[in-house]
Ligand binder design. Structure first.
Ligand SMILES: [Zn+2]
Length: 264
């Protein structure tokens, strides 16, 4: 499937001009909330004109307050289910399987890396407890389906901003709904989430962990004591190993990492 989601471009919403941005191959989709008011007090009021107004407000805020070169995000999804392009060049890039480097998910410490190389979707509202309305949810699913397909992103890599940065974004309710989002996107794409993949991760214990720690040690990535307890030191060693071989550095040992380590 090509990219089919309907998107209002920066030209169409009257964005301030900005330079061009480097393009890279994205690994993730990063879900945000704008932290604006929820319906019935939402800025966009669910209309196309309201969506354009909100897009202009956010761009101005990102340039003036955050001192970024342009909107930090790649897409805005309003309460009315209207999707608008964020950072200039995003739409053309994702149609080619790439994304423009943006500024929506600064990597903090030991969290996931690569957020700013991946499409970031701002969802209008605040989803700490507020439940997203169906129209906005449907357009979010549609946009994620198009992005996963055109950029070859596995739906399991749909993540929340808090996975990358020290923030509550996208709010507890929306973050808690990400498994449902991944599943709905996977269903529409006709792919599986490979949930049956055996994973070794933080807090795992046992013989499998001992074998993992031994392999990491052999390869020069010290997990600390070889004690069969997958703690923070082991997680850090896994992340360092994953980075060294160009794998997704999530600190979780799935099939790809297992294979790269030579674990059977
Ligand atoms: Zn965010």
């Amino acid at each position: 499937m090509p990219f089919t989601a309907k998107v209002i471009t920066t030209d169409e919403w009257g964005a301030e001009s900005a330079g061009s941005f480097k393009k890279t191959v994205p690994k993730f989709i990063v879900i945000h909330n704008t932290d604006n008011k929820n319906p019935p007090d939402d800025v966009s009021q669910g209309t196309v004109d309201g969506g354009k107004k909100l897009a202009r407000q956010i761009q101005e805020d990102h340039i003036k307050r955050n001192r970024w070169n342009d909107s930090g995000h790649n897409f805005l999804n309003t309460t009315g289910g209207i999707i608008l392009e964020g950072r200039h060049g995003t739409l053309n890039a994702v149609k080619q399987g790439m994304c423009v480097v943006s500024a929506h998910a600064k990597q903090d410490g030991n969290r996931l890396g690569g957020g700013n190389n991946s499409p970031g979707i701002e969802n209008e509202g605040n989803f700490k407890t507020f439940k997203m309305q169906q129209k906005q949810w449907d357009s979010l699913v549609e946009l994620c389906v198009s992005l996963c397909d055109s950029c070859n992103i596995n739906p399991k890599n749909i993540r929340g901003h808090r996975d990358f940065s020290n923030t509550d974004c996208p709010g507890d309710w929306l973050y808690g709904e990400l498994p449902r989002l991944r599943q709905e996107v996977a269903d529409k794409l006709g792919t599986t989430l490979k949930e049956d993949e055996p994973l070794l991760q933080l807090d795992a214990i046992g013989q499998d962990v001992i074998e993992l720690q031994q392999k990491l040690t052999d390869k020069g990535f010290s997990p600390g004591a070889i004690d069969g307890d997958f703690g923070e030191n082991t997680r850090q060693a896994v992340i360092a190993f994953q980075r060294s071989v160009g794998l997704l550095d999530d600190g979780i040992v799935g099939n790809d990492t297992r294979k790269a380590l030579g674990l059977t």
